[in-house]
Design a protein around this ligand. Structure first.
Ligand SMILES: C[S@@+](CC[C@H](N)C(=O)[O-])C[C@H]1O[C@@H](n2cnc3c(N)ncnc32)[C@H](O)[C@@H]1O
Length: 302
């Protein structure tokens, strides 16, 4: 299979298991770091939408190679997450004010050097809706950042490079000195996913963070998408990850003697669990129907 392969169990999936990461997403953060050196002088981090926790694993490995009390990593997700050393975990919805407040409290009035968000909604396949929900997650992440990020701090978030991405760039550029859109090699080409790397938190003069602050007006086409020329924010785009590293859209054979491993951390209560249960129950029900039909025809044949 070539670059167009739909094989989900790609090389990064396998490598994640080899290296003990809970998800292949770990390599996206590692490759963003290779390109942007995002962990330099970082001690306090918020990992938003963190489950199952591969980004938190990377953060923990990079920032506390030995136990370090100064390092604080706060991880949040809707889903429960198995514990990780040195990571404070919270279960909650980042678009809710109460969650944002709880995160802020963990910093005891202090500030974070870095906020990362790999949030993704359960994709419906309806692009407009998916993009809208994704933008809500980014805005929630940005809003939380305006409360906890120190001046000069870094914000990294997953985006979908869709129709309305210009508005997002413009919005981010009002809060950060430099905004770059980046696509790590481990992110599949077939996906519109990319990451904004926003360096140098520098909110507009007089900006007061509010928990319930609507950062965006959603009438995109009427306003921001109608902007032209210098009024339109065009941020640099950078593919990151060395050209020699694995291509996420290519399928690689297993290395000689390689042993297939189980996932490092199976999901605790995945959102698809109910669907799997219903499918199993339906299959059992269908099995009964087959048995009944078989019995009926056996009786007819007698
Ligand atoms: C791609 S996964 C994150 C993977 C994670 N970075 C890792 O490395 O393991 C996206 C996560 O976003 C979370 N999520 C989606 N909407 C959320 C919300 N409103 N609040 C908190 N988490 C959310 C999902 O529960 C899911 O675990």
């Amino acid at each position: 299979m070539g670059r167009g392969s739909k094989d989900k169990r790609d090389i990064y999936y396998r490598q994640a298991k080899e290296e003990g990461y809970r998800a292949r997403s770990a390599f996206k953060l590692l490759q963003l770091d290779e390109e942007f050196d995002i962990f330099r002088n970082v001690e306090r981090v918020v990992d938003l939408c963190a489950a199952p926790g591969s980004w938190s694993q990377v953060l923990s490995q990079k920032l506390r190679p030995t136990e370090n009390d100064r390092v604080k990593i706060v991880a949040v997700d809707l889903q429960a997450m198995a514990p990780l050393p040195g990571v404070i975990q919270m279960q909650g919805d980042i678009t809710k004010e109460a969650t944002a407040q709880e995160i802020v409290q963990h910093f005891d009035g202090g500030y974070a050097d870095l906020v990362v968000s790999d949030g993704a909604p359960d994709v419906t396949g309806l692009h407009d809706i998916d993009e809208y929900v994704q933008s809500q997650l980014i805005l929630a992440a940005l809003n939380i950042s305006t409360h906890v990020l120190k001046r000069g701090g870094t914000f990294i978030a997953k985006i979908f490079r869709g129709r309305d991405v210009q508005l997002l760039y413009a919005q981010l550029e009002t809060f950060f000195d430099v905004v770059t859109c980046s696509k790590p090699r481990s992110s599949r080409n077939s996906s519109i996913e990319a990451f904004v790397v926003c360096v140098g938190y520098n909110p507009p003069e007089g900006y007061t963070p509010h928990m319930s602050n609507p950062l965006l007006d959603h009438d995109y086409d009427k306003y921001e998408n109608a902007l032209v020329g210098v009024n339109r924010a065009i941020v640099p785009f950078l593919a990151c990850g060395d050209l020699n590293c694995f291509d996420s859209d290519k399928t690689y054979p297993l290395a000689d003697g390689a042993v297939l491993k189980a996932p490092t951390q199976t999901p605790i209560s995945p959102p698809y669990a109910k669907a799997v249960r219903l499918k199993k129950e339906a299959a059992v029900g269908l099995g009964n129907v087959h048995v009944e039909r078989a019995t009926d025809s056996a009786t007819e044949n007698q």
